[in-house]
Write a protein that binds this ligand. Structure first.
Ligand SMILES: CC/C=C\C/C=C\C/C=C\C/C=C\C/C=C\C/C=C\CCC(=O)O
Ligand SMILES: N[C@@H](Cc1ccccc1)C(=O)O
Ligand SMILES: [Zn+2]
Ligand SMILES: [Zn+2]
Length: 478
């Protein structure tokens, strides 16, 4: 008898077991990637030598990916990479995996090991990009390479898009790839990008790690504040100077946070989902947020990460004024970066900010802005979300909470909103608060085990995406 879809699938399933040589090769490949300093310094300022070298490096590290006939490789915007893996069943809508090649700068100062050394120490690979985001770049290609070596033929087509300028907005990488795909009329079932983790020890009194799949992402405003006054001799200063006025304005902004809007965002849902995991009395409190929300949100604000999830944040990031010790400067400028909570809009935040500053002498210039990203579905029918859940179950059986959340930073995925309604930001990596601080900070590192698990996760994920039909029809039978 001809095997049913399910039996056929089981027979062709490739176990995610890697040989000793493969395991060594995969960690060495990551180390080599870390050693290439693909730094984005500022808008339009990249280490192009390193980016070019990185392109050569992946060709060497993943030969099967580059020579397989059903994989098309394209370089976009000079240094970004788009792979199209043609599945055997063209009736299935493709999905897309994202990661970025570039990293933020790092100097040796403050690091235990040089940030571009890729040194392995005590079971950890150290360096800039080990969590953000060369781990994902390499793990995606590595998982695909290992599947190809095992003669795996995907059924569902998928794309891999690796941007080279995510850290400076993605205008040359992700944005161009997205434009290319839109011009081709490509429809994407869902996208998986960075921006969520298995969170471990982030919530006080909550020891159980849980997977936070970010279904939205905060918006952003870069606002330049400027004060112009008449310049003059410092020997006879006026009562107020451009610097003084501007300093007072940014100080008011810092002292007066934009109101907490978390009552209307995914955070409340997340806490409700976690409620029964807490012991008394927190469980009672979280099960009755209609009553306790004011208390809970006040408590959350004390923690700077929770605060970032709860509201639009205000960060003063640049302050420039003055040219000489004895000259009263005419111009003072400051830049403030707001990260907008999904329940607010750019316009609302700008109104609030003008009211907080409340000084007509301060001019506002919006340098750049975008709205918070739409919330992707996380219900039973949401294929991308359910595939992540399913894969988590098999690779991390100890994790029994998967919850939708918000990414407090921004990712390349926001350039693809026209291609799909399902954008999921999640990397299958345990993250503790100190690891979170290492992202863009000092001593970024990943354990060899965690990296292997990430490869394993993607290896399983690709196969799960191919058996999604069986899973879905099986569900309907129940
Ligand atoms: C009730 C909620 C409980 C806990 C949530 C706590 C903390 C969440 C913290 C961090 C996770 C959120 C977003 C990840 C942020 C940054 C890293 C990911 C992408 C960064 C993008 C980039 O800079 O390249
Ligand atoms: N991903 C980085 C850089 C970035 C900022 C703003 C928009 C796009 C990208 C961040 O969130 O800080
Ligand atoms: Zn990143
Ligand atoms: Zn980053």
């Amino acid at each position: 008898k001809y095997p049913s879809g399910k039996e056929r699938q089981r027979a062709s399933r490739i176990p995610s077991q890697f040989s000793q040589e493969e395991r060594v090769a995969m960690k060495e490949a990551l180390k080599g990637a870390i050693q290439i300093p693909t730094v984005s310094f500022g808008p339009g300022e990249f280490n192009t030598t390193a980016l070019a070298e990185f392109g050569k490096y992946v060709r060497k590290a993943f030969p099967a990916v580059f020579k397989t006939s059903f994989i098309q490789h394209e370089v976009v915007g000079e240094y970004s990479h788009l792979f199209t893996i043609q599945g055997s069943d063209p009736s299935l809508q493709p999905y897309m995996l994202l990661a970025h090649i570039d990293v933020v700068p790092a100097s040796d100062q403050g690091w235990e090991v040089p940030p571009f050394s890729g040194l392995e120490r005590d079971g950890f690979i150290h360096g800039r990009g080990t969590l953000d985001n060369k781990n994902s770049v390499m793990a995606i290609l590595q998982a695909l390479e290992l599947l190809l070596v095992r003669k795996y033929i995907p059924r569902r087509s998928f794309l891999i898009a690796l941007g080279h300028d995510e850290e400076v907005s993605g205008a040359n990488g992700a944005q161009k790839i997205s434009a290319l795909l839109q011009a081709r009329g490509t429809q994407i079932a869902f996208i998986v990008d960075e921006g969520g983790f298995i969170l471990d020890n982030f919530i006080p009194n909550f020891k159980k790690p849980f997977a936070m799949v970010s279904v939205s992402e905060k918006g952003s405003i870069n606002l330049m504040l400027q004060v112009n006054m008449t310049p003059g001799h410092s020997s006879a200063p006026p009562k107020e100077t451009s610097i003084g006025i501007l300093a007072a304005a940014v100080s008011r902004l810092e002292q007066t946070p934009v109101p907490n809007t978390s009552g209307n965002g995914p955070l409340k849902k997340l806490l409700q989902q976690l409620a029964n995991e807490f012991s008394f009395p927190t469980n009672i409190v979280l099960n009755n947020l209609w009553l306790f929300w004011p208390l809970v949100s006040r408590l959350m604000e004390r923690n700077y990460i929770m605060n970032a999830l709860a509201r639009t944040t205000t960060a003063i990031t640049m302050f420039n004024a003055g040219v000489k010790e004895n000259v009263i400067p005419s111009v003072a400028q400051a830049t403030v970066n707001f990260r907008i909570h999904p329940a607010q809009t750019v316009q609302e935040v700008l109104e609030l900010v003008k009211n907080i500053v409340a000084d007509d002498r301060v001019q506002f210039h919006v340098l750049s802005a975008f709205e918070p990203l739409p919330v992707s579905p996380s219900d039973d029918q949401a294929m991308g979300y359910q595939l992540l859940r399913q894969t988590l179950q098999s690779v991390f059986p100890e994790i029994n909470i998967v919850a939708p959340g918000t990414c407090i930073a921004n990712t390349d995925s926001r350039h693809y909103v026209n291609l799909t309604t399902g954008i999921y930001r999640f990397n299958p990596i345990y993250l503790q608060p100190q690891d979170f601080r290492s992202i863009h900070g000092f001593n970024e590192k990943i354990s060899v085990q965690a990296y292997e698990n990430q490869v394993k996760f993607i290896f399983e994920f690709i196969q799960n995406a191919d058996t999604e039909l069986e899973r879905a029809s099986h569900q309907h039978e129940l």
